[in-house]
Design a binder for this molecule. Structure first.
Ligand SMILES: [Zn+2]
Length: 582
């Protein structure tokens, strides 16, 4: 491709409305342009990378036995009403009526459509398993679209759906997708981790998110320094401490203390001269509307997702002032476990603790030396808090580390949530009617491109991995008005193209500095400079974008040497053994 012919509008200034680096660089490198809030046009340079990402996805999905389909973007409301999501989904679902006043939506995801398709065609166990996927436009009407294509409203996604006859088959389908995803992100050249994710409380369900590690990532994840355990912070488990039965002889007498207007942990610890660790926080939640109390150490925070999963509730939220008053007989700030009118659950952090400070369930009062067994009871101890970097791994006990990441893929064992709601059944071997067991598997295509940039860039621009670089090589004749230089550029361009290398020839009549800046910005992995001095000596100069390493190569050998470098990198990334989280 000739730069002079290419629709490649680069921008020198950082766009003022772009908060994150990938958004800035995609605008500046002429990859995307904003049409309206959260909706982007993809320009030729950007689309070359998008198509490469899609191709890697297709190859690995096909290799894993999935088959490509193409499902409609417009979906009828009836299917969503059947699954129960029409009322549940909220304003993210863009709804509209057609000319016959039939309610429709633009698909934010395709579980309903695919389940409808498969239930109509698959009748017996002999037709299972099935895994169907597509790469297609989704629409989610985000309240606050931001970060460019990272959180936009219209985007391309690869989504796959598996249907199995039994749990064993469903687990195998999941494992195949897990491996395919590991291959996909390895081939794209990303450093990533599959992390255990919260899957809500669908029975028999579990899920992993594939996170590209980047300091700018919006998700926080915890991973073990000693083993493969990794989880997002919502899900990350905390090891259960050993239980020691406390000796009641050590229990001090319960004291009630007047603490006028002293409510927060900071106020209580200052007033009583104790540390937050000495205080037990009592939080009242409404779990599906029913009040429950959670006891947790003063310096810890309750993880509401863990609480929701533990209770098997659909929703958990902090109780209103009215409910707090009802179960504790006091306004907020003085809740405690003694005499509370709700089921009490305690976080592991309180195991083995004696003589604690807590609210007295009486306005302006706290108690000292409260003890489990003597003064109050709990229904159970559980892992209910948000993990901290000082916690230890639930699997091996080694210290946990935190990192930031960008979610680019998600594999999810759905179980029978949709097949039950939409009656997707089949006849098994014994002629019995059963529900299909489903899995769903997504990859955000644009998000993957943006995540690659977030992870791999420098002050000058993008550092593309070879497999998804829009071009492999950029040939830069520094002065196209010099006939010899221009001719050498044309020759190398032709030779490389003939050798199967994708080349961008910068044939613009521009200063060398402008050309070099653009080359660095758009991040083509190999740049070849043809300048008057080196050419007079019979050489060209090659520079590796990522390392800055330069090499002088005789003109006659240039095409071969450069082809070998490009093909070597492609081969290393596409190698069948390259399939491990890094
Ligand atoms: Zn571990």
């Amino acid at each position: 491709m000739r730069y002079s012919q290419m629709f490649l509008p680069t921008v020198r200034e950082v766009p003022s409305d772009a908060e994150v680096i990938s958004h800035q660089l995609m605008i500046r490198a002429g990859m995307i342009r904003k049409l309206t809030s959260g909706i982007y046009s993809v320009l030729p340079l950007g689309y070359r990378t998008v198509k490469k990402v899609e191709e890697i996805i297709r190859q690995e999905m096909d290799a894993a036995g999935a088959q490509e389909v193409y499902l409609p973007a417009v979906q009828p409301a009836e299917l969503w009403q059947e699954s129960g999501r029409w009322s549940f989904y909220g304003k993210e679902l863009l709804r509209f009526k057609d000319r016959h006043m039939r309610e429709c939506c633009l698909g934010p995801t395709h579980e309903e459509v695919i389940t409808d398709l498969v239930r109509n065609e698959v009748k017996t166990y002999r037709q299972l398993p099935r895994n169907l996927y597509q790469i297609q436009t989704k629409f989610r009407d985000e309240v606050r679209p931001r970060f460019g294509v990272m959180r936009c409203r219209e985007f391309d996604m690869k989504d796959a759906y598996s249907f199995d006859a039994d749990e064993k088959g469903a687990d195998l389908s999941y494992e195949k997708m897990f491996k395919a995803y590991t291959r996909i992100f390895s081939r794209i050249g990303l450093t990533f981790r599959p992390v255990e994710a919260d899957s809500g409380n669908i029975g028999g369900a579990y899920s992993h998110e594939f996170m590209v590690l980047a300091d700018t990532g919006e998700d926080a994840l915890a991973f073990c320094s000693g083993c493969h355990y990794a989880a997002n912070l919502e899900k990350a488990e905390i090891a259960k401490p050993g239980k020691v039965d406390p000796d009641p002889a050590q229990f001090k007498p319960l004291e009630s203390i007047h603490t006028p207007d002293v409510r927060t942990i900071e106020e209580v610890s200052a007033f009583l001269g104790v540390t937050p660790q000495d205080i037990v926080k009592t939080l009242v939640f409404a779990a599906d509307g029913k009040p429950v109390a959670v006891l947790i150490r003063g310096d810890e925070e309750v993880n509401e997702a863990k609480l929701r999963n533990y209770l098997g509730a659909d929703s958990v939220e902090l109780a209103t002032d009215d409910i707090v008053l009802e179960v504790t007989n006091s306004p907020k700030g003085f809740a405690g476990a003694i005499g509370i009118k709700a089921d009490v659950y305690a976080d592991y952090s309180l195991m083995n603790r004696i003589n604690v400070v807590m609210g007295a369930n009486r306005e302006d009062y706290h108690v000292k030396n409260a003890n489990l067994g003597r003064d109050f009871t709990v229904k159970a101890f559980a892992d209910l808090r948000i993990i901290k970097e000082s916690d230890s791994c639930p699997r091996c006990g080694k210290p946990v580390r935190f990192a930031r990441g960008i979610e680019v893929g998600h594999v999810f064992k759905l179980g029978t949530k949709y097949s039950k709601a939409m009656k997707a059944t089949f006849l098994d071997r014994d002629g019995k009617e059963k529900f299909m067991i489903m899995g769903c598997y997504g990859i955000g295509v644009g998000r993957t491109v943006a995540a690659a940039i977030e992870q791999q860039h420098d002050d000058q621009g993008i550092l593309w991995p070879m497999t998804i670089a829009p071009f492999h090589v950029m040939v830069v004749p520094v002065n196209v008005n010099d006939a010899k230089i221009a001719a050498a550029g044309e020759t190398l361009y032709r030779e490389l193209e003939e050798a199967g290398v994708e080349v961008l020839l910068d044939d613009r009549d521009e200063r060398a500095g402008v050309k070099f800046n653009d080359a660095d910005l758009i991040g083509i992995p190999v740049r070849v400079t043809i300048g008057p001095k080196s050419l007079a000596a019979g050489n060209v100069e090659m520079r590796i974008r990522r390392t800055g390493e330069t090499r002088t190569i005789p003109v006659g050998e240039a095409a071969t040497v450069i082809r070998d470098i490009v093909m070597g990198e492609l081969k290393a990334l596409n190698d069948p053994n390259n399939g491990h989280p890094r």
